[in-house]
Design a protein around this ligand. Structure first.
Ligand SMILES: [Zn+2]
Length: 1024
């Protein structure tokens, strides 16, 4: 039991000269880092020559070798005073729609770059910005020379009013000057000093740090200098609420690198004294930087003026704590905030390190896109920094109050599992989930040597089949998770990698936030299925991995998810979808030849539209097997819905979505095999071909459309198999996907006659694919007990592959079934016992990550590496990898798993009937149980089915959910203390209080005693 301590109100240290600086030792720069800059040519080059200096959160490097020759005054003057505003956009309207453009060329500039179109070059064009279309410069006055009024576009720093609209020429310039010159200079001069030991670099670094400290806002006398003027929540400091954190880290590193060299730099002291008269000594320079830059920075994080992506603030605070290593000195007045304040914020304030594991899934993934999840590495770096602070702090850092968080099992898996797993093609390519990437095809193939097997991330929700070696590596992926920040609405989207490329690239990072909801974030713009053209993001909760068989040249996975939930408040107006699942097989023919089979099943609603788009290619696709008729006008939204215009759908709803951004629509009935071939126009003649095998009457719709911000550029080609019917429609979209360079190696694809035996929810599937040397027969039923019979073959089970070579069957592979026969060859697996029951968990040990299982149909062939499927009778089936299996008694198995099952933590702040109130500084970003009109909505309810335990014997409470926010709400990621836990059993508040004392830490585990388990099974037979 631990008590929270209130973070005391902290009064900023006033600059009191004659002080001595608190920093006495280099703490951030490790000997390895210093050696790196001295010895690594690339690091030295980065510091001395610089690199690109993009206008973004992570600034680049300045060319220190060149800039060191600029006079000190140049660095003092390059950025105007922070008494003037800084802006991200010319109109200070980054989320405006439309944003203010060029005074002459208006919106045209956003065709050049949707975010940062202006040419701003403070080195060669001081105090001006240049239009990317006409090349004209603004403002018209010579601001740098003190002229504030000349010409039609004069800006004195408060903006230029034209036709009632204010243009911030100097505001935008100032922001660039800080972000692309002053800060890259800080970063590079410090590193250059490390690399060379040349004091000139340290001198320039100190000048730049002093300038930054001279301009840095604070909570007292510089309140109006913040990015959004007025030192309020979210105001940022010199730059915005997010970017300010990374820049503070860079400044901290610079100070750590050069603080020693400031001593004895008389030229610096003279320069400083001229501008800041109270500075008289080198010690004063250091005190000024510590007290005017770093302490206000710490205070701004405490005050939420700096509040970046979760992870970055923790990293920043840990850096500042270690930079100063200031716990006060005996007999001297204590300056605040100091390192103790940093620690209190980190562990018991909004840093929330006591429950840092809540930011991670069990596999180390987190809740954002595979790009933005990188921010979570901030927690890992913070843990490392705090371990070092412990070394420097003597006994000042109480190990009980500030425990080591670096050994958290989920954080450890961030690096060793998640970060590795999201890369394919030997590490050369990141799997793009959510806001990341672009639908482009790389001109040149790229593969790496970081080889991994097929794997699943059952926290993040990603199944990855991998195969092939060297440049022949390939992969097929299905995303069954639900990202909650920088998310796309992309249930069960499929991708394929090979020939050194992302072959079906995801739609990618929004090219403009203004259109993201009508384009990149939509369901239709992903390779998945839309029901009733419903685009409402109604559920993001993680799905289930149902089938996993990866041990040979025919790898199969199946995942299911519930994107629409009509039985819940938020889904009421949506389609009644009862089944939504995707089975993907990655099938190797030889070292260089392979293909994928994709079966998407969906039940419910009346309209099923499967969406496919290729990567961008200027070459028109080739379509075979369907004769298409062009729609005369309009868009996919209808003949009368014009491109880019809001329209009214059949139910009378106003819409603005991808349907009105897909044009040049054509459609026609599909023949038994209909193919769409994308020519990627590369030097190696790369093609991707999708062969659709319609099950039941289907049409193919084709359309064109790219990102609406630049509708003429990089127009993608779309192929949309479509079915319509009565309410309760069932569809199976079957696709053979292949990639080839030059000529195809797959021959004829045909559907074989087959019939179901017994009840079948969907038609049985039988395909023959002609491959070099023979043919592959692919069979599939909906369920493990489903049975199909054809001419000379039969399957009872979900998936079967029969390989024929030279006219005879040579291989049978049965997945998730009990029988597969072809002629004389047969594989049989005993079906589950008559009870059909499953073993159950009878004991768990969290420390050793073991479960003991007992019951009917125990597995006989279980080995390490196999998957165990756990049904916790909640939201989903969960997957874990068995790392060790022991049989202590004939009727019992003890399995060691790859995770303790910890999926969330908090502490009991109070009790209500059936509810445990969560602590004030606990944030559970994956929570998502919401109450709507008095009813609970489970659409985003991640914790349903979990076991809440306190470590006290007998405390194992079934969780209904943790309250949160729906879908991707900012509150998910930042707001603490709202994630109260609702229990399945409505125990009274008094009972709960006696079971779980107040302030007790609890953990929600995904599995526990009473849950049932199941296992994968597949059988393979080779002809003798
Ligand atoms: Zn212009």
């Amino acid at each position: 039991m631990r008590l929270l301590c209130c973070v005391l109100a902290i009064v900023l240290a006033a600059g009191s000269f004659g002080d001595h600086p608190v920093k006495t030792t280099q703490t951030l720069t490790t000997p390895e880092m210093a050696a790196g800059y001295r010895e690594s040519a690339s690091l030295r080059g980065l510091a001395l020559k610089g690199d690109g200096r993009p206008f973004c959160a992570a600034v680049g490097h300045g060319p220190a070798e060149d800039w060191v020759n600029k006079p000190d005054e140049w660095f003092w003057a390059v950025m105007p005073s922070t008494e003037l505003m800084r802006t991200h956009t010319i109109g200070n309207d980054p989320f405006g729609n439309p944003k203010l453009g060029c005074p002459v060329h208006a919106q045209q500039i956003y065709g050049v770059n949707a975010y940062y179109p202006w040419i701003v070059d403070p080195v060669n064009l001081p105090c001006k910005i240049k239009c990317p279309i006409g090349g004209e410069v603004y403002p018209s006055n010579d601001f740098a020379a003190g002229d504030m009024t000349t010409g039609p576009y004069a800006d004195d720093g408060s903006g230029c009013l034209i036709d009632g609209k204010r243009y911030y020429f100097i505001g935008l310039y100032s922001h660039y000057a800080y972000n692309t010159v002053l800060h890259p200079a800080i970063k590079s001069f410090g590193h250059a000093y490390l690399a060379t030991g040349d004091g000139h670099y340290a001198h320039k670094a100190a000048v730049c740090l002093l300038k930054e400290a001279f301009e840095y806002p604070n909570s007292s006398d510089r309140r109006n200098r913040t990015y959004i003027p007025g030192y309020a929540a979210g105001s940022g400091m010199i730059t915005d609420v997010v970017w300010s954190s990374g820049l503070l880290v860079d400044s901290a590193h610079c100070y750590d690198e050069v603080f020693d060299a400031i001593e004895g730099d008389e030229e610096l002291v003279a320069f400083a004294h001229e501008r800041i008269p109270e500075i008289q000594t080198a010690a004063d320079v250091r005190v000024y930087i510590e007290d005017k830059l770093f302490r206000p920075g710490i205070q701004a994080i405490i005050d939420k003026r700096i509040q970046p992506n979760t992870g970055w603030a923790q990293e920043c605070m840990a850096n500042l704590a270690l930079l100063l290593t200031d716990f006060g000195r005996a007999g001297e007045p204590v300056k605040r905030p100091n390192s103790s304040d940093c620690l209190e914020w980190l562990y018991y304030g909004a840093g929330r390190l006591m429950t840092a594991g809540n930011q991670f899934y069990k596999d180390g993934g987190s809740y954002e896109s595979t790009g933005y999840n990188d921010a979570r590495a901030g927690f890992i770096r913070a843990a490392d920094l705090l371990a070092r602070l412990r070394e420097f702090s003597g006994d000042r850092m109480d190990a009980k109050r500030y425990p080591d968080i670096g050994q958290n099992e989920k954080m450890l898996r961030y690096e060793d599992t998640y970060k590795q797993a999201i890369r394919v093609l030997g590490g050369a390519q990141t799997i793009c989930v959510g806001d990341i990437g672009a639908p482009a095809i790389a001109a040149a193939p790229a593969t790496g040597s970081d080889i991994r097997p097929s794997e699943y991330l059952d926290g993040y929700g990603l199944g990855i089949l991998r195969s092939g070696e060297g440049t022949q590596q390939r992969a097929a992926t299905v995303f069954y998770g639900g990202v909650r920040g920088h998310a796309h609405y992309d249930p069960l989207f499929f991708d394929m990698y090979g020939v050194g490329r992302d072959l079906l690239p995801n739609i990618g990072y929004p090219q403009s936030w203004n259109y993201a909801s009508a384009w990149e974030w939509s369901l239709l713009t992903h390779n998945t299925v839309v029901v009733d053209r419903d685009e409402k993001p109604c559920s993001t909760v993680l799905g289930s991995l149902l089938v996993w068989s990866v041990d040979d040249d025919c790898q199969v996975m199946e995942a299911a998810k519930r994107p629409y939930r009509r039985n819940e408040p938020r889904g009421e107006a949506g389609p009644d979808v009862t089944d939504y699942r995707r089975m993907v097989a990655l099938i190797d023919i030889g070292p260089e030849q392979w293909y994928a089979v994709d079966i998407f099943r969906v039940a419910g609603g009346r309209d099923h539209l499967q969406s496919w788009h290729g990567g961008y290619t200027p070459t028109p696709v080739t379509i075979e097997g369907a004769t298409l008729t062009a729609q005369e006008k309009g868009t996919l939204a209808g003949e009368d819905a014009e491109y880019g215009q809001r329209y009214t759908d059949a139910s009378g709803r106003q819409r603005w979505d991808p349907y009105c951004h897909l044009h040049t629509v054509a459609r026609g009935p599909m023949s038994p095999v209909t193919s769409v071939d994308f020519d990627y126009n590369t030097a190696d003649a790369l093609h991707v071909r999708l062969s659709f095998v319609p099950m039941g009457e289907s049409e193919l719709i084709t359309a064109l459309g790219g990102a609406p911000i630049a509708p003429e550029q990089q127009v993608l080609q779309w192929a949309l198999p479509h079915r319509e019917g009565e309410e309760g429609l069932r569809s199976q979209f079957v696709t053979i996907a292949e990639a080839y360079t030059g000529g195809r190696f797959l021959g004829e694809i045909e559907r074989l006659p087959v019939h179901a035996v017994g009840v079948a929810d969907y038609e049985p599937i039988a395909l023959a694919v002609t491959v070099p040397g023979g043919r592959d027969i692919i069979l599939a039923n909906y369920s493990e007990s489903g049975r199909l019979e054809g001419d000379g073959f039969s399957l009872t089970g979900k998936f079967g592959l029969i390989r024929e070579r030279d006219g005879r069957p040579v291989t049978l592979k049965l997945v998730a079934g009990s029988e597969l026969t072809c002629g004389q060859m047969q594989v049989v697996r005993p079906a589950a016992g008559p009870s059909g029951g499953r073993p159950a968990i009878v004991a768990v040990d969290r420390e050793s990550r073991t479960i003991t299982i007992q019951g009917p149909n125990m597995p006989s062939d279980l080995v390490a590496g196999h998957r165990v499927i756990i049904d916790n009778h909640g939201e989903r089936l969960c997957s874990y990898t068995v790392t060790d299996a022991k049989q202590p008694a004939p009727d019992r198995l003890v399995l060691t798993l790859d995770s303790s099952g910890n999926i969330g933590e908090g502490f009991a702040a109070g009790f209500e009937d059936g509810v445990i109130l969560n602590g004030p500084e606990v944030n559970m970003p994956f929570a998502g149980l919401v109450e709507i009109d008095g009813r609970l909505d489970y659409s985003d309810c991640y914790y349903y089915g979990g076991h809440l335990e306190t470590g006290k014997p007998g405390v194992d409470l079934k969780v209904l959910g943790a309250m949160g926010f729906p879908y991707q709400a900012w509150g998910n990621l930042h707001i603490a203390g709202i994630n109260h836990v609702h229990l399945c059993e409505k125990l009274s508040a008094t009972t709960l209080e006696s079971l779980i004392e107040k302030d007790t830490y609890w953990t929600i585990y995904e599995y526990g005693v009473g849950d049932e388990v199941a296992f994968d099974h597949s059988v393979r037979l080779e002809a003798k």
